[in-house]
Design a protein around this ligand. Structure first.
Ligand SMILES: NC(=O)c1ccc[n+]([C@@H]2O[C@H](COP(=O)([O-])OP(=O)(O)OC[C@H]3O[C@@H](n4cnc5c(N)ncnc54)[C@H](OP(=O)(O)O)[C@@H]3O)[C@@H](O)[C@H]2O)c1
Length: 263
């Protein structure tokens, strides 16, 4: 991780999974951190460990980012902390597994608020300062689900298509600046995600393609530092998503259906 000593990073979803790995890798590169999620105790454990290990400043802000206008509240709290954010990692996200018809609206609405509205709002709030300083990075976490319709994760995967397209468009808008906006599309990654999504068991596809979250986070940060518009984590995932370009949409939907069936 080059050039990151004494920069400041805000990581959402920093209480588990990829968020914890983003935090550890950035701290090892000398970044000061603001960790954001709902579970305060988990973040405080991280805070203590990282401060001891890397000697960087670590702040924690517990907040429910599915609540409308929570990004504005978070932005004000960050101002109170007094750290100018050089790196924003929009990582907090949840999926919901199941037939669309069976998913309660409140749960679906919270997911869409968190995965789309909050991500866009936080980007809008923090990007301004980065553009004024002509320096900064935003890393948005999409998914391989962004690349095709995905039955059983219908609205989650569609939300991630939004994240991917939004990010690539912003990357282009900012191409003449030193502010980089990138998307990382993980495939199946060993975190709490599937459990939180309500999947009872992993499908065969998920078992066969599972990656470790540290490697996925590392790929994401490398992509971010290179200022690439987006990256699919893992060679196998990248090949699969590339090959989907040559198949009829109905066929890719059928493949995704079979990959997710029985979870
Ligand atoms: N794991 C995979 O297979 C996979 C694949 C593709 C994409 N992704 C994406 O990767 C990102 C990270 O997920 P993960 O795999 O690391 O899963 P994870 O271990 O479940 O982590 C999700 C993080 O989001 C936070 N979060 C959830 N709801 C929140 C809310 N309402 N307000 C604030 N924070 C909230 C959680 O913290 P609290 O519960 O403490 O709030 C947690 O820190 C997500 O955007 C996910 O969609 C994951």
């Amino acid at each position: 991780m080059q050039n990151l000593k004494d920069k400041s990073a805000l990581i959402t979803g920093a209480s588990s999974g990829l968020g914890v790995d983003f935090a550890n890798i950035l701290a090892a590169a000398g970044c000061h951190l603001i960790l954001v999620a709902r579970r305060l105790e988990r973040m405080q454990q991280q805070q203590e460990k990282i401060q001891k290990q890397h000697g960087v400043r670590v702040e924690v802000i517990p907040i429910d980012l599915a609540v409308p206008d929570s990004p504005q509240v978070l932005y004000e709290k960050v101002k109170e902390v007094g750290m100018a954010i050089d790196i924003l990692i929009n990582n907090a996200g949840v999926g919901i597994y199941g037939d669309f018809i069976d998913i309660p609206w409140d749960q679906e609405k919270n997911m869409l608020n968190l995965d789309i509205i909050t991500l866009v709002h936080l980007t809008k709030l923090f990007l301004k300062g980065m553009v004024e300083r002509n320096f900064g990075y935003v890393l948005n976490i999409a998914s391989i689900g962004a690349y095709q319709p995905s039955p059983f994760y219908a609205s989650y995967a569609a939300a991630k298509s939004f994240v991917l397209n939004f990010t690539e468009a912003l990357n282009y808008e900012l191409r003449h600046t030193k502010v980089m906006v990138s998307a990382l599309s993980p495939g199946v990654t060993a975190t709490e995600f599937l459990q939180t999504a309500g999947q009872q068991k992993q499908t065969l596809f998920q078992k066969l393609t599972m990656m470790q979250s540290y490697s996925v986070a590392k790929i994401g940060l490398e992509t971010m530092l290179k200022g690439k518009p987006s990256k699919i984590a893992g060679f196998g995932n990248a090949i699969s998503m590339f090959s989907f370009r040559f198949l009829p949409r109905r066929m890719t939907t059928f493949i995704a259906y079979n990959a997710m069936k029985g979870g």
